[in-house]
Design a protein around this ligand. Structure first.
Ligand SMILES: *Cc1c(COP(=O)(O)O)cnc(C)c1O
Length: 436
């Protein structure tokens, strides 16, 4: 972009307009199917805009390097305790400002430069942060991919156990980004323990499903650590979190996060994450069930409309995601761009059988139901979205025409469900809005 340096007032107008248009577009006029995104409730958003956004609190609650932290201390302790109760685990780190920072802090303590980690195969959805191309590589480590079972679209358990027995590695990472079926934690745990290694489970995508009780809790199946993002299926502010079953590792990693990976941990996330956590205590099961049911329905509907949906013999999906092969419709890049022109927001994605060098034009689309479910969409709407996608990508209808119907469909789903409203703040409502 070339900025013409005009007056601050003109540029300000530009900033405000762009922000406003983004709000209107994404909040009111489009159907968002990006699987890693979500929206907070109105109350969590109100709380997000607090004085905490301007403050520092280096260190742990009650052991800070700064004064003025007594309120954030209380809130941070409350968040760790609540999460611990929900996950049935004692040791929680709430400071990572993202899932990647959570991974970095854990990997740093589990290995040293030159070490290797066994990770889920790319085809089963491992994230770039698990590899030498991302966070693992920044720490001087490298990955060895576990064997892939094409039939089950997952880690091949028998071959993986053999690899665990034979390979030299420091820790194992499961959990993924293109993630339809749960990776086998329980099945691999004994073999990993026998080697004296640790299991890290990256729950970035499925954290909300775990909290809602519809996805296997890896900590109960033998994982030593679970890292998470707090803004994907868990509908809170952008941030990260780590849960440990092991006190020793918890203490080690706590010393790593600060000062290695952050100084300020973006304190305003904490009360907003708490509000979301309370919402999940109240509505989490209902919400997570609806998300997964919608994903299954969406997959079925897309298949009925003529799309090639992955995982048919496995019931398509057990998560919030649906993966579609759109090679016949011109490929992931073309389809995602077309969809966007009709206000359906998705991302192109490599499919398990795509060569890695096709990353700019893969055969697939990754779709997620978590955000539209949060706005109250159900089975009927999944069929309607699938039909809109067919009109655009198979029947080659004019995107402008489809867009009108997208906006029309969305107009019935503008309010966040499964969460608190401003009215739930009761007599504190005006007080929490003081920064608005
Ligand atoms: C999204 C994702 C991350 C990164 O999370 P951020 O919070 O965006 O840093 C890490 N691991 C997996 C598996 C992910 O999908």
């Amino acid at each position: 972009m070339v900025i013409k340096l005009s007056s601050p007032e003109n540029l300000l107008r530009n900033v405000l307009q762009l922000t406003n248009e983004a709000n209107e577009w994404r909040r009111k006029k489009s159907i968002n199917l990006i699987a890693s995104e979500n929206v907070m409730s109105p109350l969590a958003e109100a709380v997000y805009l607090s004085d905490f956004m301007s403050r520092y609190a280096e260190g742990k609650p009650k052991k800070r390097y700064y004064q003025g932290t007594k309120y954030i201390d209380e809130l941070e302790i409350m968040l760790a305790e609540l999460m611990g109760k929900i996950l049935n685990i004692q040791y929680i780190e709430t400071r990572p400002i993202s899932g990647t920072i959570a991974n970095a802090s854990v990997f740093k303590e589990l290995g040293e430069p030159g070490d290797r980690a066994l990770v889920a195969p790319v085809q089963a959805g491992s994230h770039v942060s698990h590899t030498k191309f991302g966070t693992l590589g920044a720490l001087g480590m490298t990955q060895v991919y576990l064997p892939y079972d094409e039939e089950r679209m997952n880690v091949d358990v028998d071959k993986a156990i053999k690899m665990i027995k034979e390979e030299k590695f420091k820790f194992l990472v499961l959990g993924g980004s293109v993630y339809l079926f749960p990776h086998p934690v329980k099945e691999l745990a004994d073999a990993v323990k026998e080697r004296g290694a640790k299991i890290v489970y990256d729950a970035a995508h499925v954290f909300g499903l775990i909290v809602g009780g519809v996805w296997r809790n890896p900590l109960r199946e033998g994982a030593d650590v679970m890292t998470a993002s707090t803004h994907k299926t868990f509908p809170g502010p952008q941030g990260g979190l780590i849960a440990f079953s092991d006190e020793g590792l918890y203490k080690q990693v706590s010393k790593t996060i600060f000062p290695y990976f952050l100084s300020n941990h973006h304190l305003h996330r904490i009360p907003a994450t708490l509000v979301t956590t309370l919402e999940m205590m109240k509505y989490g099961e209902q919400y997570a069930k609806a998300v997964v049911e919608n994903a299954k329905k969406f997959a079925e509907a897309l298949a009925e409309e003529g799309f090639k949906v992955l995982g048919e013999n496995l019931g398509y999906t057990m998560s919030h995601q649906v993966v579609v092969d759109v090679a016949k419709q011109g490929g992931g890049a073309k389809c995602a761009t077309l969809l966007e022109s009709a206000n359906i927001i998705t991302n192109k994605n490599l499919l398990p059988y795509d060569p890695p060098e096709n990353v700019q034009n893969p055969s697939g689309l990754r779709l997620g139901t978590q955000e539209m479910t949060r706005y109250g969409m159900g089975k009927q709407e999944m069929y309607e979205i699938a039909h809109l996608m067919r009109r655009l990508l198979i029947d080659n209808e004019d995107p402008e025409k489809v867009k009108k119907d997208v906006i029309e469909l969305r107009s019935g789903f503008l309010e966040v469900k499964y969460g608190f409203t401003l009215e739930d703040a009761g007599d504190l409502k005006d007080k929490i809005l003081i920064l608005r």
